[in-house]
Ligand binder design. Structure first.
Ligand code: 26Q
Length: 794
């Protein structure tokens, strides 16, 4: 465990201020101070990082390669400080230098190289791989622009390019000498008996490495992100002839590949650039890991003993044919052996059942960009059919189905919660499951307790340390020890104080950020996640309006004051989700201005939700909304973060909610709604939505109010089509679950008033959430899928 004191760190910060940033104490900007501190911290990570890599090499142990289009890292400074255990030194050093540590740390922009759950899961997994001491690389794309920035204009979502690299990324090490050439297009030829792909164009993949430090600095892995650069920087001849645009075109085309993260988490947009992105980073990563394998003196037949490649959804599924191509065409392995070898290395994680999110590429586009890969897909398809008699096709309706390709090319395929994995077997890959009965497995998601408790909730961290000691961040099941204190009045009081302090912190944050005043005495009821119809933010909003009606009708009754908080972005092209955002903002304007009800009910929707905002809001939450249509949320991971931080959950039997409820106890979870099986049945009922509306006077009133323009005066018809969709095409069964949801919310109201018992339940939630550590998840992958071992643990 490296350690350094405040005085040493202070010297290091000054050294970087002077020598790396060429400024001094008198002239340094806030940015300079932040960078100087960060560089001083980064230095601390370098030696253990190099040591980890050489130990991995010497041991010959298997390495895990996590291929993901998205890594939603958030800020890194606190992560490094925490894991290196130098928080006190950093605080004291900066204080001695006359700088405010907290405000410096806050100036680091989020690395938002992901859309939501899938990208954040990848970030939690990296943290756990390092904490467990499993040699690993995260491989992805160094997007110049991460997820778009969201603002609201008259309640409508606006999008702007995000610019996290504006002030440079202090954590990355660029390695310009490590470049890999990646081809596209062209032809396949037989050259002296060898099948050879001759691409028409190529770009360079340039390495950017970031250290991922595990708990207590015992092990450090690498996040390796690829940036796309032109092979020839610039067309000098064209420039000299005055053709400036032409001169720059090749560079633009190349750089566009790593320019921007796709903000669409719902549909297969089928764009050439997306497929290029996928192949670009996958091919670079495979070439990189093969090179490492050969450099370490191994031959290719032993690849599966040294290499485990995890595909985060199908986005890198072209790894199947590309690895086969490298082994067979470039290294001369027999085709059958190449397929078997590739399969022994590859595993695939499925994150969704939504048909519109399953990737399919037109054969025309796929064959144009990747002609040899299309041939290999056909070879793989045939060998699968020949060896199993299976009728399942990878290519169907002139499309390459990436899910089927990934299942056939992987030795293990996992879903991300118990329920989801069952549905993957039953409904998504039914026939393939019958063909390969041992291939489909489950690994329930988890979250890193370092970021999602230790760092984001210092109040609760201190209380836990005082109560059960300090070993829990790397052994989260120890939280069980809190159960013994759940009836202890002094402990209950301190737990409630921590929650109150976190609510106060959030109130100050929103006041400072948006000038909005909220009352920390209200119940904080929070739904933060991507905007999507299946996640049913609309149902939450309809319940809000119904409650507003009830309060208006009877304002002197004994109401439980509530703050409804929404946060999240909609894909720019997702029209319905954007209408829902608009409606939330319209309802907020109306309700927050109503003098009769506003002390009992308020709505808050801060723009531009991101990882950092989550770290502020989750510890402040009383009630966590996990209300997706059963069968649609593969797992959810926000649900875990809330429960771990002492919130109650109101939720459906969907994704990991099912397992959370089993762990925390049914009596400590607010369950409502149809089950996945009931959802399927209900959809068959004619006019089920209109029938549900007719059966619910409360819902009827709310829908009619929205239709009448109560929340859009001056634009009466604004929500006509949204409400029409609800009446006639309510695919996600908002109407059917509404009454149950409303009623359970009233139980929540009543329970919240008994604050001792409420806090007791929230303590039991925290105490029983240890199983949801991503350390447990990664240990499961290591054992069941990768056969990888720890180099730090016995
Ligand atoms: C596909 C094609 C083209 C462009 C974009 C995409 C795309 C991008 C992102 C498709 C899907 C995603 C993201 C999916 C995702 O975040 N899924 C979530 O994964 C979490 C981690 O397993 C689960 O907890 C969530 O339930 C699941 O929704």
């Amino acid at each position: 465990m490296p350690s350094l004191d405040a005085a040493q760190l202070q010297d290091e910060v000054l050294r970087h201020l002077h020598l790396s940033l060429a400024t001094d104490e008198a002239n340094a900007s806030d940015r300079d101070w932040r960078l100087a501190l960060s560089l001083a911290i980064r230095d601390q990570a370098v030696k253990p990082w190099l040591e980890s890599e050489s130990r991995a090499k010497e041991s010959g142990a298997k390495r895990v390669y996590y291929l993901s289009m998205e890594f939603l890292m958030g800020r890194l400074i606190e992560d490094l400080i925490t894991n290196l255990r130098i928080e006190d030194a950093a605080r004291n050093a900066m204080a001695a230098l006359g700088q405010d540590y907290d405000s410096l740390v806050k100036r680091e922009p989020d690395a938002a190289l992901g859309n939501g759950g899938l990208g954040r899961l990848a970030a939690c997994f990296l943290d756990s791989l390092s904490t467990l001491g499993i040699p690993a690389f995260g491989y992805g794309i160094r997007y110049e622009h991460g997820l778009f920035e969201q603002s609201f204009e008259d309640g409508r979502q606006m999008e702007e390019a995000e610019t996290w690299l504006k002030a440079g990324d202090v954590w990355e090490i660029e390695r310009p000498e490590r470049q890999i050439s990646i081809g596209f297009g062209g032809k396949v030829k037989e050259i002296s008996g060898k099948t050879t792909w001759i691409p028409a164009e190529s770009v360079l993949a340039v390495t950017h490495d970031t250290p991922v430090v595990g708990w207590e600095g015992n092990w450090t892995n690498t996040l390796r992100l690829w940036a796309a650069r032109p092979v020839t920087p610039f067309d000098l001849d064209a420039f000299n002839k005055g053709k400036y645009k032409k001169a720059a075109k090749a560079e633009m085309d190349a750089r566009n590949i790593s320019r921007v993260l796709y903000p669409d988490d719902t549909t297969d947009i089928g764009k050439e650039l997306r497929l290029k992105q996928e192949f670009f980073f996958t091919a670079a990563s495979l070439r990189d890991l093969l090179q490492r394998h050969l450099d370490e003196g191994n031959d290719l037949t032993s690849l599966p003993n040294h290499v485990a490649i995890q595909l985060n959804d199908t986005h890198p599924a072209v790894a199947g044919p590309e690895l086969v191509r490298l082994l067979a065409d470039e290294h001369g392995m027999a085709m059958d052996e190449a397929i078997t070898t590739a399969r022994a290395c590859l595993a695939y994680t499925n994150h969704t059942l939504l048909p519109e999110a399953l990737e399919r590429w037109s054969v025309k586009l796929f064959g144009k960009l990747l002609p040899r890969h299309l041939q290999i897909v056909k070879i793989v398809e045939k060998s699968h059919a020949d060896s199993t008699g299976s009728k399942i096709k990878i290519i169907e309706d002139k499309h390459v189905k990436m899910g089927e390709l990934a299942v056939i090319m992987a030795h293990k395929v996992n879903g991300v919660s118990a329920l989801h994995s069952e549905l993957v077997k039953e409904n998504l890959f039914t026939d393939l499951h019958a063909t390969y009965p041992d291939r489909l497995v489950n690994q329930t998601n988890g979250i890193t307790p370092r970021r999602w408790l230790y760092e984001c909730n210092p109040q609760l961290r201190t209380l836990i340390n005082d109560t059960i000691g300090t070993a829990w961040p790397a052994d989260l099941e120890q939280l069980k020890g809190l159960e013994a204190h759940a009836d202890d009045d002094a402990f209950i009081a301190r737990f409630a104080e921590a929650k109150a302090a976190n609510k106060q912190r959030m109130a100050e944050w929103i006041k400072h950020r948006d000038g909005i005043t909220i009352d920390p005495a209200m119940m904080f009821d929070i739904q933060i996640k991507r905007l999507h119809e299946y996640k049913r933010q609309l149902m939450n909003l309809l319940e809000t309006v119904a409650l507003w009606n009830d309060i208006s009708d009877n304002p002197t009754a004994n109401w439980t004051p509530r703050l409804k908080v929404f946060g999240g972005k909609a894909a720019p092209g997702y029209v319905v989700a954007k209408e829902i955002i608009h409606l939330i903002n319209d309802v907020a304007v109306k309700l927050n201005a109503d003098p009769k009800t506003r002390d009992m009910l308020q709505v808050l929707y801060p723009a531009n939700y991101n990882v950092t905002m989550a770290e502020m809001m989750i510890p402040a939450t009383d009630l966590s909304e996990q209300i997706s249509t059963a069968g649609k949320e593969a797992s959810g991971t926000g649900n875990m973060k809330f429960a771990l931080n002492g919130a109650m959950t109101i939720g459906t039997l969907d994704g990991a909610n099912v397992e959370i409820r089993e762990h925390v106890g049914a009596e400590n979870f607010y369950l409502f709604g149809l089950t996945a099986a009931e959802v399927e049945e209900r959809r068959k009922v004619k006019d089920f939505a209109q029938k549900a509306i007719d059966a619910s006077p409360r819902l009827t009133r709310v829908v009619e109010q929205i239709e009448a323009g109560v929340f859009s005066p001056g634009d009466k018809d604004r929500y006509t089509s949204l409400m029409e969709r609800l009446r006639t095409d309510d695919y996600f069964l908002v109407t059917c679950d509404f009454d149950d949801y409303f009623n359970v919310q009233r139980t929540v109201d009543a329970d919240y008033r008994n604050s001792r018992d409420w806090t007791r339940k929230t303590i039991l939630n925290t105490a029983r959430m240890g199983w949801f550590s991503s350390d447990r998840t990664i240990a499961g992958y290591a054992k069941d899928i990768w056969n990888a071992r720890s180099l730090t643990k016995g």
